[in-house]
Ligand binder design. Sequence first.
Ligand code: AMP
Ligand code: GLY
Length: 425
Amino acid sequence: MKVLIVGSGGREHALAWKIAKSPRVETVYCAPGNGGTRLVAENVPLAETDIAGLAHFAEREKVGLTVVGPEVPLSMGLVDEFERRGLRVFGPSKKAAEIESSKVFAKEFMGRHRIPTGRFKVVDNYDDARKVLASSEFGYPVVVKADGLAAGKGVVVCATPKKAEETASEMLVQKKFGPAGRRVIIEEFLRGREVSFIVVSDGLRVQPLVTAMDHKTAYDGDKGPNTGGMGAFSPSPLMSEKLFNEIMSTVILPTVTRMLEEGRRFKGVLYAGLMITDSGPRVLEFNGRFGDPETQPQMMRLESDLVDLLEAAVDQDILRTEVRWSPDPSGCVVVASGGYPVHYEKGKIISGLTEAAAVPGVAVFHAGTKFENGQYLTTGGRVLGVCATAPTLAEAMGRAYEACGKVYFEAMYYRRDIGAIKEER
Ligand code: AMP
Ligand code: GLY
């Protein structure tokens, strides 16, 4: 079978790496891919948003399964177009992906079905935003969120009324996020521990992935601006059996069932970002895709065939496969360009990749890289995900950091505390 992976990040490299190991797969394509995916897949020069081009390619090459990595093509209806043409594709339809692409939809959906989440108000103009903020209904800090996709930058925790008004104004008046900020959510600030809960769903039932935890902020000690993720590890030390069962029964299963009832069958990865508060789990957000970088350590631990699992979801028969995980933990350190997530330079030559990959238990997944004239060059903020597995998390992180020490490009940086548990906030 031929498999097409859509996307170009570390998540897609990890998916391609795992799918290439499937005995059922003869060719893996990655569109557009990166400098690393070319080692395990054939890169196809089509943008992730070129839906007609991708569908045409899948038809022409007789691709048996397409796997969509990022949220943007999902929100544009890639899955709907592929299905219209009779192509097999793993991911939610446009209507189902709204659980991620519209935070207003997600919050109102949770409200309708009593799925636990923070209290909130939706506003669509600055006057109303100021009224809500002045009413001290939510106290401070308060969270201000743009409705639409904003590459992880549309959520601001505001400590003061001034900051909250400024943020609402940036979204609603200055239109910093364009149409994504046409509507804004003002939400109570939740305290507790943040956990991610990721399952594969066939629209009716789910198979949970092994737990993982990411580090969102740029600098050590969870300081600095939020990023797409500076590292991740699996399993999450914050997940107990009791908590697992509570999240399944209060969040995951009701969400899948109610989406189906609302005519938005959710086939794909359902990723719940949760705050574990004193009164139980509360949903911060949903994603309709694999996590990045959580996927990298998760794929290192997956022993069974990923293609079997994804196909079972597409066939609406997810329980037919057995998903097996290695008991060994794994971790992933993101190596980023200096200045990320704000301003950074591209085009730096990367060295030491072979030496890094030679460290036992290590896999180096590429994100913002390209291969040109025999050299690897940086093309983005998050450049590499240096991953490792070992019998203990401490050993896995030791291996990952040993490998990081062998990689070099100008102005690179990475966090030194990936794998350490976050403090309660
Ligand atoms: P989201 O994209 O909605 O998950 O928000 C990004 C990050 O903002 C989350 O991972 C949390 O760290 C933080 N956040 C979002 N909503 C809240 C909230 N209601 N209370 C506290 N922190 C929040
Ligand atoms: N690492 C967070 C995400 O994938 O949304």
